[in-house]
Design a protein. Structure first.
Length: 396
């Protein structure tokens, strides 16, 4: 992007302090979350493999059909394997729950009830599968979701335990099914209560973490903001300058300019510091809308301001600064006594020259600013590419 015209210069907004920066997920953080989700799905898969081994033992002892086991085994792992594959391929990462926790738990619960109905005398230990499935609700679900899932699982077992004695009374005695149902009705709701409290604690911790991140972001913003003008202060400007230097070493050139309000000390002496503060705020508020998106305007100290102008050569940047100078010259600041105050600004401009340090470019811009003062102020001076002397003068 170049400073070809006023419209291109005013096409966007300069880089300014955000009202309240909210920490965003970084690529590293996203990768960690994906690994966490993959480990969670892998843990579920390991539990399911344990269930398959249990079913194989039951079939080996003659309590379950091998045909049923061979069909049930791959089906019991199908959804978890699909989730693992999706996470590995990046599918569904923007979903609210990429691991499909609720569908997985419901699917595993149906699988556990099928296992219970298939193993006959060994069905007692299989009740642990239901609890194991609900364990994963602790990591991602709300207390309300845990309660609904628990009610769903209890209902599944109630239906199975009420039906099996009528289907095979000798294999599933009604008394044993009633005892097993009492265990289910006692253990699963208690587990749901504990899981719900754990879920509420997780939500509370996440909320506190978010509030802490916002508070830290607010403090960081305040630490990098000039209280009077609302612009970046020198500390934050130095950080931005270092970032731009690193980018320029990879090919993204930029220009550095220093601006100084002319005869500002006399304004303070004649009109008082309150008027001086008013002039500084007016200068900042007038220039910010005239800068492009990505450009930086910061208070460097006192009545000096730093500008970082990206995507331009010195000629284009000098023309843009000349337009800013003319705009400032046309301003009239109303004073409390009804009078108006006019002021002007001088600019010193230079192009960053990799691989130099940012401080060297600032020093060169400062020398050009000194030349602007020496030539009578209210002008733009560009540092000579061959050295620190003034190479071009625009203005009065």
């Amino acid at each position: 992007m170049s400073y070809v015209s006023t419209s291109s210069w005013q096409a966007g907004r300069a880089e300014a302090p955000a009202e309240l920066p909210i920490p965003l997920a970084s690529p590293v953080r996203d990768a960690r979350r994906v690994r966490y989700w993959q480990l969670q799905a892998l843990a579920a898969l390991i539990c399911q493999i344990g269930g398959i081994l249990f079913m194989a033992i039951a079939a080996r002892l003659g309590h379950a059909s091998w045909a049923f086991v061979l069909v049930w085994a791959p089906l019991s792992m199908a959804l978890t394997l699909w989730v693992l594959l999706g996470l590995s391929l990046g599918f569904g990462l923007r979903w609210r729950d990429p691991t499909l926790t609720v569908p997985q738990i419901a699917y595993s619960s149906v699988s556990a009830v099928a296992c219970y109905a298939a193993v006959g005398p060994m069905r007692g230990p299989s009740l642990a599968m239901a609890c194991l499935a609900l364990v994963f609700s602790i990591f991602a679900l709300s207390a309300r979701q845990v309660r609904w899932l628990t009610a769903f699982v209890v209902s599944l077992y109630a239906l199975a335990m009420a039906t099996l004695p009528h289907w095979q009374p000798s294999r599933y005695p009604a008394g044993e099914e009633l005892a097993n149902f009492i265990i289910v009705l006692t253990v699963l709701p208690a587990f749901a209560l504990l899981a719900g409290r754990q879920s509420n604690l997780r939500v509370q911790l996440n909320r506190q973490k978010s509030e802490l991140q916002r508070a830290l972001a607010r403090l960081d913003e305040q630490a990098g903001q000039d209280e009077l003008t609302g612009l970046m202060n020198r500390r934050r400007a130095v950080e931005k300058l270092q970032e731009r230097c690193a980018q320029a070493r990879r090919g993204a050139g930029f220009c550095v300019a220093l601006a100084d309000l002319d005869h500002f000390k006399s304004v303070n002496d004649r009109c008082g510091h309150a008027v001086g503060d008013l002039v500084l705020r007016r200068f900042a508020s007038e220039l910010m809308p005239l800068l492009r998106e990505g450009d930086v305007l910061a208070r460097w100290g006192g009545e000096e301001f730093l500008l970082l102008l990206g995507g331009s050569d010195p000629v284009q940047a000098s023309q843009a600064l000349e337009r800013l100078r003319q705009h400032v010259e046309s301003l009239a600041v109303p004073l409390p006594d009804g009078q108006t105050l006019r002021f002007t600004v001088s600019f010193g401009l230079t192009e960053y020259r990799p691989p130099e340090e940012g401080s060297e470019a600032v020093a060169r811009a400062d020398t050009a600013l000194y030349q602007a003062k020496a030539h009578g102020r209210n002008r733009v001076v560009t540092a000579d590419p061959g050295g620190p002397a003034a190479g071009a003068v625009l203005g009065h």
